[in-house]
Design a protein around this ligand. Structure first.
Ligand code: G6P
Length: 492
């Protein structure tokens, strides 16, 4: 099945580097995405024989596939819309995302019923479509880098089809603790672990998530042999001999903590559209009654349950309650961009964010002061403007694979912002020493942290932000990607 002229390096992910829109005149317009993978992959250069396999998402992408329109280096899979919806909304975002971020709430969730089983069938079909496309496109011995929880079964499926390939999988999310993971039906847990262990190498953003995967794999199938975790943080090999399944070889576990793309961000943040948005934001923020500069507490997130935006707002309200001296002197700039709006729970969460922000504004606001400046329309230039204006960055997720905002704001803030950071974000492992660390559930503790951040002496702020910016850029996307590729080629 190996193609003689196939790709030497392949990336597979649900969301690809481009999307298409059908214009009114029927023409197709291409939009390019950003993010770590896009800049990472570009680091290997256009002649490296790389191919990105992704889903066709939405009507524009499907139309492009139908018309045979494409970009070199990208293959979009036109998986039937209902299969994709069940796999992506039903399993990936409503089950696996919830398990890894520990978002289920009893007594109603989770329920693994006939509907779940039907959706699981779609998840398998969707993973199989990727495995088959990769098997078809890869050159003999090629390196394949599979991304994220959408595609957990792909490594195992691909290993069966093409034992010659070097297969890696990278998780951009946390991995669930074994006791939480064990709420999934036993056969589903086994399949997920089997799929992942089809890889030669599994990558995680922190050792914490890597260790959690090891625990889950060990408790899921005790017949597999997992040596105890080594002291120190060197990658290790995991031997396993599954029964009744094809031999999978060994899987190495590695950690690559993605950093901010400093070069790109510093340049982009000083373009004219960002300057314009800064001026507009300054107008919205206004001045304190005594004419002094108002402080800003900035957050930028997808409107995502795991980001904990509502508790962040409640902590800000608590600050205004406990510390009246901050009234009129601070503004919470909160950007909460729509995400996964096909899911009712996300729509409800979006409404709750708006409701709490409105409630704070009507309770405390004055004619010259809007305590919460909430924007929900995605605007990258405005996000960068807010980063530049930040006195405090609030990053308080319940659980997060890494959280790049925590790394990006210290790089760009002109006031030398203080980072208030959840101990449950992957970024905590790298930035925790220089942040003010919070328990994301503790609203009073978070309010105190905000006060501490706002009152930190300038010298200390400057020292901390310097160290934060250095840590945040330690592994830029290009290096992050190349490290994984090199390690995959060397694994086993
Ligand atoms: C997380 C995941 C990514 C995903 C992103 C946006 O960061 O780890 O894989 O691309 O969320 O989610 P979406 O569902 O919009 O692709």
């Amino acid at each position: 099945m190996a193609s003689t002229h196939g790709a030497e390096v392949l990336v597979a992910s649900n969301r690809g580097p481009i999307t298409y829109e059908v214009r009114e005149d029927g023409s197709l317009h291409t939009k390019r995405g950003g993010g770590g993978l896009v800049s990472g992959l570009s680091a290997i250069g256009p002649d490296a024989g790389a191919l990105w396999v992704c889903s066709a998402l939405g009507d524009g992408d499907r139309e492009a596939v139908r018309r045979g329109v494409g970009e070199p280096g990208v293959r979009m899979l036109d998986i039937p819309a209902d299969v994709h919806a069940d796999a992506y909304n039903g399993i990936a975002n409503s089950v696996l995302w919830f398990v890894h971020h520990m978002l289920y709430q009893t007594p109603l969730e989770p329920v693994f019923d006939a509907e779940f089983r039907r959706q699981w069938g779609a998840y398998e079909a969707y993973n199989r479509a990727f495995a088959e496309a990769l098997a078809q496109e890869a050159a003999e011995g090629a390196a394949v880098l599979v991304q994220d929880y959408h595609l957990c079964l792909v490594p195992g499926m691909l290993r069966e089809l093409r034992p010659d390939l070097r297969i890696g999988h990278f998780s951009h999310t946390p991995w669930a603790p074994a006791e939480y993971f064990s709420m999934l039906p036993d056969d589903i847990r086994s399949q997920l672990v089997w799929g992942m262990l089809g890889a030669d190498r599994l990558g995680f953003l922190t050792w914490r998530w890597a260790q959690a995967f090891m625990d889950c794999a060990g408790s899921t199938d005790p017949e597999r042999i997992f040596p105890s975790w080594p002291s120190g943080s060197t990658p290790k090999s995991v031997g396993h001999s599954p029964t009744g399944r094809p031999p999978l070889g060994t899987t190495e576990i590695g950690v690559h903590g993605l950093g901010a793309d400093a070069e790109f961000l510093r340049k982009r943040a000083h373009e004219a559209d960002v300057d314009e948005r800064m001026a507009a934001l300054r107008d919205e923020i206004g001045e304190a009654p005594d004419g002094s500069r108002r402080r800003t507490i900035v957050r930028v997130d997808r409107t995502e349950l795991s980001k904990n935006i509502v508790r962040g707002l409640l902590a800000y309200r608590q600050l205004l309650d406990d510390r009246p001296e901050w009234r009129e002197r601070v503004v919470h700039v909160a950007f909460a961009y729509p995400s996964r709006q096909d899911l009712a729970v996300y729509r409800e969460y979006t409404a709750e964010v708006q409701r709490v922000a409105d409630e704070i504004n009507s309770r405390y606001g004055t004619p010259g002061w809007t305590p919460v400046v909430l924007h929900v329309k995605d605007d990258f230039a405005r996000s960068l403007a807010a980063y530049r204006l930040a006195d405090v960055a609030l990053v308080n997720p319940i659980r997060d694979g890494m959280n790049l905002v925590a790394k990006e704001v210290p790089l760009l803030s002109e006031e030398g912002c203080v980072l208030v950071l959840s101990r449950e974000a992957g970024a905590f492992q790298e930035l925790g020493d220089d942040a003010i660390v919070v328990n994301p559930y503790d609203v009073i503790g978070t309010a105190k942290a905000l006060h501490e951040a706002l009152t930190m002496p300038p010298g200390e702020r400057a020292e901390r932000v310097k160290r934060l910016a250095a840590a945040a850029t330690a592994l830029p996307p290009a290096r992050w990607f190349l490290d994984q590729l090199e390690a995959l080629k060397a694994a086993g």
